[in-house]
Design a binder for this molecule. Sequence first.
Ligand code: SF4
Length: 314
Amino acid sequence: MLEVKGLNIDYMTLRGPLRAVKDAWLSVDRGEWLSIVGESGSGKSTLAMSIPGLLMPPGRITSGSIVFDGKELTRLSREELRRIRGSEIGVVFQDPLTSLDPLRTIGDQIAEEILEHDAASSKREALEMAAEALEAVGIPRNRIKYYPHQLSGGQRQRVVIASAIVLRPKLLIADEPTTALDVIVQAKIMELMKDLQKKLGMAVILITHDIALAAEVSDRMAVMYAAEIVEEGPVDEVVSRPLHPYTEALIKATPDLWREKTLYSIPGNPPDLRNPPRGCRFHPRCHRVFDRCRLEEPRRLRINGRTVSCHLHG
Ligand code: SF4
């Protein structure tokens, strides 16, 4: 349903262009859940937000293609993309407070989304659809007249999800939707998204820095480091037999309450993308680095339905 091919995205900065996504290749099938995992600044949100046309200046797609349901999204106008957002691709952002208007009721905000896409013939019908969407995410319909401040953080995120799924999109993109919430609410929101994915047959792209969370909910996982997808494949295989040392390190750095060992941390910091290291971008932090890694950029390889960019393979 979705194919991203050779996508490059630059941010124009005063010190020249900064490549935030480099040669990204991804695909998502109908009803499939793909999680994109990586540290802050790895490019995962930039990549995901470029799909529904939400890349803000100074960011811009410099080359590559995004095909969604047979349509080349990189060639569509802003208006065409606006019509696809909401009706075919739903988006959930990290902080529900910034997604919701504090001065309007939640029902009005969801109804507006419906009316903007001409999916209801009257405000009354749109409000009825909004009430149904709220019920689908576990918010009683009598709260349709509530303002965002009358709800808890978890309930607000449910409202944002209701607004994103009210028109039954084929794809839902969720950018760190639970980062601002506590772990119990996080688990409930993930359970809700999983449930909606199954009920609506919707594909999901989840952006997260939490590899443990991604492992629990996804079908496939892509790992990003310094603007590149370094590994991608079925989640069980990626987690049980990581091919890339960065994936291996992320898994080792996951907290385990019952492990008595000290928590592992990946040495060093991600590189400055204006001046990335020569060769493999992960080499200054890699525990398996060898001479070739410092000189030559690894190529993207396909191995049994998985992809990896690392000189240890091929
Ligand atoms: Fe480590 Fe070399 Fe593989 Fe890069 S190419 S991840 S430095 S082993």
